[in-house]
Design a protein around this ligand. Structure first.
Ligand code: AHG
Ligand code: MN
Ligand code: MN
Length: 301
């Protein structure tokens, strides 16, 4: 008989304190209601809403849902969400945990039924505005053919799958990112900087293969498994690129780094950047360590 390790059993085997375990489990549980909202919060032809409810875009719905759950838990002191202009404070909290969330990443893909996800960062020192290297835990839920949870509590990176009994079971232990040969770049080619063009030319000459979906979390998941470099660079009129430091770069960078990879803005480790504002953006190169070090060398030239 194969014994399955559940998320709860895994958390009990770590050095995590009880409220942190509760918080991780609580967030993981929200995959089910968020997935259910995919059908109720879509736009359908010839109907305002198939259930006669007011439709809210799925990213806004997921944001409201997650913030409500976090507030009611009393486990979180403050949260920052990609969908909110300011930090949201929960005065009744009994802990010092703060949470960053991208409630739904890859939202343009909802209408075409491609993989999207929820990205979460957890700090334990009561602050939100700080370097990503201070994260206590990071995780993402990926809504693909399976619902999966990728988690780190600074004891390796582990992937869990949600089964029919609504239980997360360990699917892959101690994921290590290989030095693979996939690449991707966001932004229009005509708007790339000369340096970024040089990087992409190098990758293409070296035989890297293009894989880009439009969902950062789904792309990073693929790069975590197969290796290579995903980029969303600085581009014309956007010297900091598109993706957000707090909600996207830091939690996923923390996971990839814990798996032996690296996240860089071309010059430095993104996890060492002090955010200047809640919607701080940053150019991103994330993936296998060797190629990202090579890209950092190219930026120095
Ligand atoms: P979000 O759906 O949270 O707004 O994020 C979308 C992001 C990211 O997921 C993806 O890599 C990128 O935007 C795609 O942008 P383009 O469609 O402009 O390539
Ligand atoms: Mn996003
Ligand atoms: Mn989003």
């Amino acid at each position: 008989m194969i014994i399955m390790t559940t998320l709860k059993e895994y958390l009990d085997s770590t050095g995590c304190e009880e409220p942190l375990k509760d918080l991780i489990e609580l967030i993981a549980k929200q995959a089910d209601p968020i997935r259910k909202a995919f059908i109720t919060n879509q736009s359908y032809v010839d109907t305002e809403n198939i259930y006669g409810e007011t439709q809210i875009a799925l990213d806004k719905w997921s944001d409201a849902h997650l913030l409500k759950v976090l507030e009611r838990s009393n486990l979180v002191k403050a949260a920052a969400s990609e969908e909110q202009p300011d930090i949201v404070k929960f005065p009744n909290a009994k802990t010092d945990y703060t949470v960053t969330l991208d409630p739904l990443d890859g939202s343009s893909l909802v209408q075409v039924n491609l993989a999207v996800g929820t990205i979460i960062g957890i700090y334990d020192n009561g602050k939100i505005m700080q370097e990503g290297e201070n994260l206590r835990a990071a995780m993402y839920l990926l809504y693909g053919p399976m619902t999966i949870l990728t988690l780190t509590v600074k004891e390796g990176v582990h992937i869990f799958a949600l089964n029919d009994e609504k239980e997360y079971v360990l699917m892959e232990k101690n994921v290590r990112i290989p030095e693979g040969k996939l690449y991707a770049s966001g932004a229009l080619k005509k708007d790339w900087t000369a340096k970024h063009r040089e990087v992409i030319d190098h990758l293409e000459k070296e035989g890297y293969k293009l894989r880009y979906s439009g969902s950062f979390v789904a792309d990073v998941h693929q790069y975590l498994k197969y290796g290579g470099v995903f980029s969303y660079p600085a581009f014309k009129g956007h010297k900091n690129g598109k993706l957000r430091l707090l909600f996207e770069a830091n939690p996923l960078g923390f996971i990839v780094t814990e798996a032996g990879g690296r996240i860089s803005d071309g010059r430095r480790d993104i996890l060492t950047i002090m955010p200047e504002k809640i919607d701080h953006r940053v150019p991103i190169y994330i993936g296998s360590k060797g190629i990202i070090r090579r890209i950092e060398e190219m930026f120095k030239d």
